[in-house]
Unconditional design. Structure first.
Length: 358
């Protein structure tokens, strides 16, 4: 078996995570500003790259999990410590901003904070405390779907399920997109907007691990690419900032990078910097937006009249990188391990921490 598979760690994927996180950060810094036209607006598609990565990693993880409970524990311990920390820091930032801007704590809503801590605020009818959280429910629905397939032993039919799902959602949106019932389905199950990306990630994993049926798998990858491009009008928030051609070009780049990766030809993107940003990518993605564009940058540019580029790149960016690093090294890494051990003990599962976490 490939050494990287044994170690459960892909440096290329870490590098891609880092690049995707930076793209999203720079997109948010320049969002709705003239600077966005310098190419930063394309960073809105960073979440699409994250979804392909998730498809690959989650399918790899579920193939290594002994039971569905084992997979659930791995995911919970991987996500929640970092997420809880970022939600809490953002909540504190909102309180501070409210106090100094409005002279009180009128923007503070404990119910909103507690609801966001569940990661299921979308279904609780509670607004996200910070905009990046909108993707988390999509990830969670994907995990639940994978657990369902694993539990009922139908994961082996994933190809057929994925193809049928892509066809259904594309046909529904292209031909009946204005029908109220279809709008409700798409809105209620936001994963439908990105099924081809997650599915493509699973196929890339199969290409990497199995060299048979290569032609069939690459055809499915192309099918996923075309399907997602056709879903542009329903693909999250990208349609607000870029056009379909730009979206298609970015997806083509991401799929090309993944094709290079599964053929062991993407090592050129692995540097100490991309690996560093890959390591802190989850925390950086979650923590950067409110603190930067609602707190630091407006204060510096509006109150102190600091140049936007200085405020964004020399002040806000280093601050959120430091925050993300602190959360990663002092909360995510130690707390994820402890939570995993505790949950495995409670569930009566034997500790398998010999494998590195994803």
């Amino acid at each position: 078996m490939d050494t990287k598979l044994q170690n459960n760690r892909f440096k290329e994927l870490d590098a891609l995570r880092g690049i995707a996180a930076l793209m999203v950060v720079l997109f948010h810094f320049t969002m709705r500003k003239p600077e966005a036209e310098l190419g930063f607006k394309l960073g809105t598609t960073g979440v699409d790259l994250f979804f392909v990565i998730s498809g690959f990693v989650i399918y790899m993880s579920v193939n290594k999990a002994k039971t569905s409970l084992d997979f659930i524990i791995n995911r919970i311990s991987r996500l929640y410590p970092t997420y809880w920390a970022c939600v809490t820091v953002t909540f504190i930032a909102i309180a501070i901003n409210s106090y100094f801007k409005n002279g009180g704590l009128d923007q503070i809503d404990l119910k909103s904070y507690l609801g966001n801590m569940t990661m299921f605020q979308f279904y609780l009818g509670i607004k996200d405390l910070d905009n990046p959280y909108w993707t988390m429910i999509i990830e969670m629905i994907f995990y639940i779907a994978i657990v369902f397939l694993l539990h009922f032993k139908i994961l082996k039919y994933l190809n057929a399920i994925g193809i049928v799902s892509c066809i259904l959602v594309v046909v529904m949106t292209l031909f009946w997109g204005d029908v109220h019932a279809i709008k409700v389905i798409i809105r209620f199950i936001p994963l439908t907007q990105f099924i081809p990306l997650f599915f493509a990630g699973t196929i890339f994993y199969k290409i990497y691990t199995h060299h048979n049926k290569l032609l069939q798998n690459y055809v499915i990858v192309i099918f996923c690419l075309v399907s997602q491009i056709l879903l542009f009008q329903y693909s999250g928030r990208s349609r607000t900032y870029i056009n379909q051609t730009e979206y298609a070009i970015m997806l083509l780049i991401y799929f090309t990078l993944f094709s290079l990766f599964v053929n062991n030809k993407l090592s050129f993107i692995v540097t100490k910097w991309t690996l560093f940003f890959g390591k802190i990518s989850f925390a950086l993605y979650l923590i950067h937006q409110y603190i930067s564009i609602r707190f630091i940058i407006p204060f510096l540019t509006d109150k102190l009249h600091v140049n936007f580029w200085i405020a964004a790149f020399l002040v806000a960016l280093p601050i959120v990188i430091i925050l993300a690093s602190l959360i990663t090294y002092y909360i995510e890494i130690p707390m994820s391990k402890r939570m995993k051990e505790k949950l495995r003990t409670v569930a009566g599962l034997r500790n398998l921490d010999g494998n590195k976490k994803n």
